[in-house]
Write a protein that binds this ligand. Structure first.
Ligand SMILES: *[C@@H]1O[C@H](CO)[C@@H](O)[C@H](O)[C@H]1NC(C)=O
Ligand SMILES: *[C@@H]1O[C@H](CO)[C@@H](O)[C@H](O)[C@H]1NC(C)=O
Length: 414
């Protein structure tokens, strides 16, 4: 069984490397002539910050990989980031996408006003809410917020525990759009009372600002909460499983759980969206950090992190930045198999396995990269009285392919 598992892993790895090489060679054809890019040096590992939901994660040995380029930007995060990276007539990529010099110059400018607040969010229930769901969104994404409100992001009781919700927003980077959106977002806030809006530009590289402003907000306005889930708007969250899991923990102790990425290396390939020059981060390995799709923390950890992050210099990748704050307070994040922040990866040997199946989602906590309609559909399938899965709901046990593979079709690997 162990050996077979290992075989599976190696097989997947080999296929992945082959696929990456293919994609990579394709990409090189797209690089315009006259690009001053020096010939690629020794490729480094792409850390697991790739938003590509199809990319399976394997802890790769440093020498075994080619860079996984961001060739399939199909999820939100990419849209939030600068579009220039993917245009047909690409300008000098890095410089237009991200100005490191300017970032470094402005790094100390890290306190922005709260334009829309929900000061009473956590005062509605005596003793505070059990779980605060905090979702990163952008002003323009009204439809995503709406679907989250109507599905997994519902406020109210889950298994007898009080759930509250906030959306975390900055100002739209498109200034022309701002005029109309201002009225709409205020209206939305009036109706739902779940909007937090800060006065910084909502760009990919400003997500770190969102992180620190949210932690400060939570420490000030929601200190009585027991646990926090923080995640993206394009994830599916099984809140019942999360509540179940959290009920076995103490909010007054340290807790930080998610899809933890260990030993990721900074990308030194300038074309990459995640390129980080040595001048900005000199070490060869990032601290352990949680994939941004979603993670859980206790109230105690939230307060500690909010203080710790004030002492950490701004870093343009928010997941990594939070990892740096965790490292500062010496807190080891915990990996949980129920967090699929890179989507559900099909085993290479069973490509026809149906993964958009509520019985998969029943055992999980967070699955990344779902379309609006998929979130709605999955939530309804999961809450349908007709749903019957052969397995009993299990949260503690890691997710395994084997059990499911047996019930659907014979997988040649097992
Ligand atoms: C900004 O918003 C305006 C109005 O919504 C739109 O017409 C324009 O194309 C947008 N510009 C960019 C660069 O997205
Ligand atoms: C972050 O937001 C600030 C304030 O709006 C803005 O000046 C800055 O250019 C933004 N930075 C990035 C990297 O987008």
């Amino acid at each position: 069984m162990r050996v077979r598992l290992k075989g599976d892993a190696i097989c997947t790895l080999v296929l992945l490397v082959a696929l990456c090489s293919l994609l990579y060679s394709q990409l090189e054809h797209l690089v315009p002539v006259g690009n001053k890019e020096p010939p690629q040096k020794k490729p480094s590992i792409t850390p697991k910050i790739s938003p590509d939901p199809r990319a399976p994660w394997r802890p790769m040995p440093p020498e075994a990989t080619v860079p996984r380029q961001q060739v399939t930007p199909i999820v939100r995060r990419t849209e939030v980031a600068n579009n220039e990276v993917q245009t047909t007539a690409p300008p000098p990529l890095t410089d237009s996408a991200f100005n490191f010099k300017r970032y470094l110059l402005n790094k100390d400018n890290r306190n922005f006003n709260l334009l829309i607040n929900q000061p009473k969010k956590c005062r509605k229930t005596p003793g505070g809410p059990f779980l605060l769901i905090a979702i990163k969104s952008v002003v323009e994404d009204f439809d995503r917020r709406e679907i989250v409100r109507k599905t997994w992001g519902r406020e109210g009781l889950v298994n007898g525990e009080q759930i509250q919700r906030v959306f975390l927003l900055g100002t739209p980077k498109n200034r022309t759009a701002l005029a109309t959106w201002e009225t709409l977002i205020h209206q939305e806030s009036q109706v739902y009372r779940d909007i937090l809006l800060w006065d910084f530009m909502d760009t990919f590289f400003n997500l770190t600002l969102k992180e620190i402003h949210f932690l400060n907000w939570a420490a000030e306005f929601c200190h009585n909460v027991k646990f926090i889930f923080k995640g993206d708007a394009d994830v599916f969250v099984n809140v019942e499983n999360i509540v179940d899991f959290l009920e076995r923990h103490n909010p007054a102790e340290d807790l930080f759980v998610g899809d933890i990425i260990y030993n990721a290396r900074p990308i030194r390939v300038r074309k990459s969206k995640y390129y980080i020059p040595e001048t900005m981060y000199g070490l060869s390995i990032y601290p352990a950090y949680a994939g941004g799709g979603g993670f859980l923390l206790s109230s105690h950890t939230m307060r500690k992190l909010s203080r710790a992050c004030r002492e950490v210099e701004l870093f343009p990748i928010d997941d990594v930045f939070l990892g740096m704050c965790l490292q500062r307070i010496n807190l080891k994040p915990i990996l949980h198999e129920g967090f699929k922040t890179f989507g559900i990866v099909k085993p290479s040997a069973a490509p026809h396995l149906q993964t958009f199946d509520p019985c998969f989602y029943k055992d999980l906590m967070v699955v990344h990269s779902l379309k609006v309609a998929e979130i709605w559909l999955m939530w309804n399938l999961l809450h349908s009285p007709h749903l019957s899965c052969t397995q009993k709901k299990q949260v503690k046990k890691p997710f395994q392919w084997k059990r499911k593979a047996q019930t659907t079709q014979a997988s040649p690997l097992r």
